[in-house]
Design a protein around this ligand. Structure first.
Ligand code: HXC
Length: 523
């Protein structure tokens, strides 16, 4: 016969254990303590838990590993250390989330933090759900030495393994110094929050010590400069709420992983809607600018254009739209800025976006009005050959359905690179204003007829005539259409209906790339 404790004793023991759990749980929720939380709020920042609550659907957060703490015998042993991680939902869809807790030693990256973040990353990658990082950290925990560096390395390794498998989004919600910037740098999208977020490898003090230069944090690594100058940030949010709203909106265009299609929604917008204003949008005079955004917002579903990297290389446009409810990637030259020329930054912007869309089964539409690649010593020495080649590579590699619309200039390398038939674009349309040529008329005449013009008695008249002849030959899309280099010439107002119809045909496109380990995109 087995002795058993009286029922009342068991009940009381259970109650004690449960009380102990609740006390432990309470401790994990305190982070760095009340004073540190007040300091965080005084800086205009939310705490890690407040952020998770505001980002996710109410009540959906399932915390993981809340008890993990510092390993050093004399370490701070704060339950949960400097991160809150777990699983949850956004608009009903599953996500994994890791929020750094600045109230615990400045959110410094420790071995314990690495263990927690890596655990949810493994869950996210294994289950095919997007990973969202809420970053707010001073960098590697200096007191831990190589262990914090090893922790970072584990995170970077996982970011790389997950790349192209699940979407990874980084929200920057505080200072992100040293190693803290490389995980965001490896993810697909970086959202910086104005005023409170700063990204830098070396801070102002180190810079002063090494170079003697005095720099302030905002100029060095603030949201505006990373969005417009370095291109590190894809989005700038006005505040934390805006950063969460941007994240939710971005996710609405993305599949949860690379085996899914992006989520299609119902739309009231007529697939055959024809906007007559498009027929007069493009000025026939090639030197006159116009705003390509007007074409994009008119052709795709109403209110669906969500621009990415808007402040960086504004001579190119990339973003997400919906076409008859289906998420689609849009790439375009912007004649309103630098005549839509392709330079180093525009090349990086376009290539990276095309590769993201291809990895996540998002079809692509490209609008072309481009005089070519940017001439000049600065661009040549900056590696325009290496960077421009990325566009060619990205389009040639992409196997998602691809459609191109030439609205005006498609000159030279820009014609080839910007989703021409030769990078295996499925359908190339041209508007009546399209000009497809090796280069612009003036440049061509200068090169081809230099000697003849030098010997002419009336060089200006001769030049005008030659330019006009060149325009006649290449100033319309019919020569390219006659030789099959474009598939059809369409009215601008017909574009929406054409795109809806053609993507319907292409949606089950099959592709069989050659077997290889991976290609070697010119970086
Ligand atoms: C441990 C750190 C720390 C660090 C700061 N703290 N940096 N603890 N390791 N790297 C502590 C501070 O002592 C402070 O503790 C708390 O974190 C908050 O820091 P504050 O300076 O009070 O915050 P704030 O005024 O907001 O300034 C934030 C900051 C500044 C601008 C980021 O802390 C700073 O410049 N820190 C150094 C950043 C840096 O150089 N990191 C690189 C580490 S090397 P108390 O107890 O006072 O609250 C690295 C290499 C990895 O990351 C490479 C991988 C590829």
């Amino acid at each position: 016969m087995v002795d058993t404790a009286p029922a009342d004793d068991v009940d009381s023991l259970n109650r004690d254990l449960n009380q102990e759990l609740l006390r432990h749980r309470e401790l994990t929720r305190e982070g760095g303590g009340r004073e540190a939380v007040e300091k965080q709020h005084a800086k205009g920042k939310l705490t890690a838990r407040e952020r998770i609550e505001r980002l996710l659907d109410p009540g959906s957060f399932q915390e993981v590993a809340p008890y993990v703490e510092e390993r050093r015998p004399k370490g701070p042993h704060i339950p949960g250390d400097a991160a809150v991680v777990g699983l949850g939902r956004i608009d009903g869809r599953k996500v994994a989330v890791a929020a750094q807790d600045f109230t615990v030693i400045g959110g410094s990256f420790s071995e314990a933090q690495a263990q927690k973040v890596c655990e949810v990353m493994d869950l996210a990658t294994g289950s095919g759900v997007p990973f969202i990082a809420l970053n707010d950290s001073v960098g590697a925990r200096i007191q831990e030495g190589v262990r914090s560096l090893a922790g970072y390395s584990e995170l970077f390794w996982r970011n790389t393994q997950a790349s192209g498998v699940i979407p990874q989004i980084s929200l920057m919600l505080g200072p992100c110094a040293g190693g803290s910037v490389y995980s965001p740098g490896l993810t697909d999208f970086v959202i910086m929050t104005e005023g409170i977020s700063h990204m830098f490898i070396t801070g102002p003090e180190v810079i002063r010590e090494v170079t003697g230069e005095d720099v302030d944090l905002e100029t060095l690594g603030g949201a505006r400069n990373h969005a417009a100058v370095s291109g590190v940030a894809h989005f700038v949010a006005a505040d934390e709420e805006d950063a969460f709203a941007t994240t939710r909106k971005l996710l609405s265009y993305l599949p949860s992983n690379n085996t899914e299609r992006p989520p299609r929604i119902g739309t009231q917008d007529d697939p055959d809607r024809a906007d007559a204003t498009l027929d007069v949008l493009v000025p026939p005079d090639g030197s006159e600018p116009y705003d390509m955004r007007e074409a994009i917002t008119s052709i795709f579903d109403r209110e669906s254009f969500f621009e990415v990297h808007a402040a960086f290389a504004p001579n190119a446009i990339v973003g997400f739209v919906r076409l008859n409810g289906a998420p689609t990637g849009v790439v375009a030259n912007q004649p309103d800025h630098l005549a839509g020329v392709l330079d180093i930054d525009a090349s990086d912007k376009i290539a990276r976006f095309v590769r993201f869309c291809d990895a996540f089964n998002i079809p692509l539409v490209t609008f072309v009005d481009c005089p070519g690649f940017m001439p000049g010593m600065e661009q040549e020495h900056g590696g325009i050959i290496r960077h421009g080649a990325k566009i060619l590579y990205a389009y040639a590699e992409a196997t998602v359905p691809k459609v191109c619309v030439v609205t005006r200039k498609a000159y030279g390398g820009a014609y080839i690179a910007m989703s021409s038939k030769y990078v295996r674009t499925d359908m190339v349309y041209a508007w009546p204003t399209a000009e497809i040529a090796v280069m612009g008329a003036e440049g061509a005449v200068n090169i081809l007829y230099r000697k003849r013009l030098a010997q002419s008695d009336h060089p200006e008249e001769a030049r005008e005539q030659l330019i006009s002849d060149f325009h006649e030959q290449f100033g319309s899309p019919y020569a390219a259409a006659a030789s099959g280099h474009v598939d059809d010439v369409i009215l601008p107002s017909e574009t929406r209906a054409k795109l809806v119809a053609v993507f319907d045909f292409l949606q089950d496109k099959q592709a069989s790339p050659l077997p290889k380990k991976h290609g070697n995109i010119p970086l």
